[in-house]
Design a protein around this ligand. Structure first.
Ligand SMILES: Cc1cc2nc3c(=O)[nH]c(=O)nc-3n(C[C@H](O)[C@H](O)[C@H](O)COP(=O)(O)OP(=O)(O)OC[C@H]3O[C@@H](n4cnc5c(N)ncnc54)[C@H](O)[C@@H]3O)c2cc1C
Length: 305
């Protein structure tokens, strides 16, 4: 187990924003995970397990938290017929590649998402109007008392960008089983290339971001369109606070032009949400999550600025 005190979170933040966490811990086994929880309890500090930090905004300044990450011990992959069992620390890219090698199809939509499987299940992420939950057979987690829990797909209570794990802050997803279909390796490769091409043309790639800031509300979508279109219609493209800027390429992305602070991002989120509420009557919910100075996780739009 690796423990680092006073860890600068900018180095792991996808937004390249954030202050200093009291502890950063990397674990390689369930046993080490238990040890990490004992350590954080002994230090009376909150523990948060993260994936690749692609959906997280860390507070500026000193954060009273121990950030725990799953290391190589959680990157196991086991293919058995049409089923893949995979560690929560495996990247989406790797899972897509394993599927292709084994001519298994169905998860092409996650290509290009820079997340870990644990993080993607927690968020029930996906693209192309699909979510990871569609292929989940079961998810295994461990709680902070060391108890292992196996949930079926139904038990995971998946819905759009939601899973039961968002209400289980004492649990860590350690692995998942996926069911896939046999299919054409070539077609899968072609589909992935097309998806990557589309993503590259639509999303900002050059400046750090955390993907889409706001969730697409079906009612708002049906009446006015997706968040990006609505935010753009209000003239927000290119608007910035400090170095945090509403992307000129896609208005549902906030990019860091260099030295953006968490506070800048949060102020932009409030400014956008207030305008959308005033003009369209909808209060948007954020997809991105904020870790505040006390080590609590809240959606960006509910964070105190
Ligand atoms: C350029 C870019 C493009 C993106 N495109 C998409 C997209 O197309 N579709 C999409 O859905 N999302 C997209 N995202 C957002 C992001 O990748 C997803 O929200 C993803 O699910 C987060 O995974 P992560 O591993 O980075 O988790 P993190 O951001 O590290 O964590 C997110 C949450 O999950 C929890 N968590 C992570 N791992 C575990 C675990 N093992 N056990 C328990 N809890 C855990 C964390 O505590 C945190 O609350 C994009 C982000 C970026 C930067």
């Amino acid at each position: 187990m690796k423990i680092i005190e006073n860890y600068n979170l900018q180095q792991i933040s996808f937004w390249k924003i954030g202050g200093v966490a009291k502890f950063y811990i990397e674990v390689d086994s369930a046993q080490e995970l238990n040890q990490a929880f004992s350590f954080t309890t002994s230090k009376s500090v909150k523990a948060i397990v993260i994936g690749n930090a692609t959906n997280l905004l860390f507070s500026d300044g000193l954060i009273d938290v121990a950030i725990i990450r799953l290391g190589v011990g959680f990157k196991n992959i086991n293919v058995c017929g049409d089923t893949i069992e995979i560690g929560a620390g495996v990247s989406c890219q790797k899972l897509v590649r394993v599927c292709q090698v084994n001519a298994l199809v169905g998860l092409e939509h996650i290509v290009g998402i820079p997340a870990t499987i644990g993080g993607l299940i927690y968020m029930n992420g996906g693209s192309q109007r699909k979510t990871i939950s569609e292929n989940v057979l079961s998810v295994t987690s461990i709680n902070d008392k060391g108890k292992m829990i196996v949930r079926t797909n139904k038990d995971c209570k998946f819905s759009y960008r939601k899973s039961i794990f968002q209400s289980k802050c004492d649990e860590v997803i350690i692995s998942a089983k996926f069911t896939l279909e046999r299919g054409s390796r070539n077609k899968s490769r072609k589909d992935c290339l097309q998806i990557l091409k589309d993503r590259n043309s639509k999303f900002p790639r050059k400046l750090p971001s955390c993907g889409s800031v706001f969730i697409s509300d079906p009612n708002m979508y049906n009446s006015f369109g997706p968040p990006g279109k609505i935010i753009e219609s209000l003239g927000f493209k290119g608007v910035s606070i400090g170095d945090a800027e509403v992307s000129k390429k896609h208005a549902n992305f906030i990019v860091n032009k260099g030295q953006a602070k968490a506070e800048d991002v949060l102020k932009l989120v409030v400014m956008i949400n207030d305008s959308v509420k005033e003009k369209y009557g909808f209060l948007m919910t954020s997809e991105g999550l904020y870790i505040n100075k006390a080590g609590e996780i809240t959606p960006l739009h509910l964070a105190e600025v």
